[in-house]
Design a protein around this ligand. Sequence first.
Ligand SMILES: Cc1cc2nc3c(=O)[nH]c(=O)nc-3n(C[C@H](O)[C@H](O)[C@H](O)COP(=O)(O)OP(=O)(O)OC[C@H]3O[C@@H](n4cnc5c(N)ncnc54)[C@H](O)[C@@H]3O)c2cc1C
Length: 387
Amino acid sequence: MQTTHSDQFQDIREAVRDLCQQFSGDYFRKIDEARGYPETFVHALTKAGWLAALIPQEYGGSGLGLTEASVIMEEINRAGGNSGACHGQMYNMGTLLRHGSAQQKDRYLPQIASGDLRLQSMGVTEPTTGSDTTKIKTTAQRRGDRYVINGQKVWISRVQHSDLMILLARTTPLTDVKRKSEGMSIFIVDLREAIGHGMTVQPILNMVNHETNELFFDNLEIPAENLIGEEGQGFKYILDGLNAERTLIAAECIGDGYWFVDKVTAYAKERIVFGRPIGQNQGVQFPIARSFVNVEAASLMRFEAARRFDAHEPCGAQANMAKLLAADASWEAANACLQFHGGFGFACEYDVERKFRETRLYQVAPISTNLILSYVAEHILGLPRSF
Ligand SMILES: Cc1cc2nc3c(=O)[nH]c(=O)nc-3n(C[C@H](O)[C@H](O)[C@H](O)COP(=O)(O)OP(=O)(O)OC[C@H]3O[C@@H](n4cnc5c(N)ncnc54)[C@H](O)[C@@H]3O)c2cc1C
């Protein structure tokens, strides 16, 4: 069930649903149990062109916008899958498209569109600085025609299943810049050349089956031509990528939210206790109805964030608000779904516990709920800066 924008993007929705039907809950459950990577699924998505949605047609992609990309991600999660295995390529694309040079686009985009290269990773977070991104300690020092990278990153996802990574590093020390957001730069790191030659990957076993890693850089040398845009402006560029990421992850939460609502609604109609369907009790109906309302409202904010991103209008406020609303709505729907499945919610075969774990992540990553509220308080409402 869906009442908002239900008549839009039907062609995309149906095509993605058709593809996802080949990858049932059973497929994702088995991957989850084995802590594996859904390689066949990601390959099928790539082959069908969905992961090249944002790449302009002249480079072999479909030239769609973030709006359509968000619908693709939503449908994957709505079908019971987990876009976390592959969403990086979508939001990293924004950074490369908007700030990459013509040479970088010529070099990478056709190969990404054809599926020969994957750009699935983005390295921002560090263990000692966390959400305080401008304090990152990883440095990139220019030496002739190379940059030399030293430092550490944590929670960097899909590195084992990507060929390229976008990396944020300091090129000017924090003490030498006027504004703390200055002096950082972004680079394309070719993981095939970097791993074992100055970069080490340490996988992190975690609550969801999310391939994520700690990265160590010890004099990793990368060609100077891998700098994206101007040196020192990287934080500004990465914000575009982060706004795209927040909007897409909002869409995934919306897909999760609809999945939970549909699943629990069907179950509440058929589960008979005390001689009637449990869904006949208002104590069961209301939490489901409320989470449905919240998923639909979050979806509208997602479309507004995506519209603004596609129109090159400022969209930080909408992207952050969409992420908060959608993460809260999917978490609320997840709780209702688990609760009203009773004991069966805990049985892996229903997929509820897996999706419950997966959607919980989005209260923390890629930006925690508190940090969004703090952004809204300070940057939208003009309340005094808290940190
Ligand atoms: C599975 C997974 C995958 C990830 N993938 C990536 C990736 O691919 N690339 C990448 O760069 N990062 C990635 N991350 C990192 C993610 O973006 C961070 O975990 C997130 O931004 C929170 O940062 P932190 O973990 O350092 O928490 P911290 O910054 O240490 O914060 C801890 C808690 O304290 C709260 N807090 C901190 N300061 C304040 C304050 N001033 N006011 C109120 N509350 C506050 C936060 O809200 C949070 O709940 C991933 C994380 C996970 C778990």
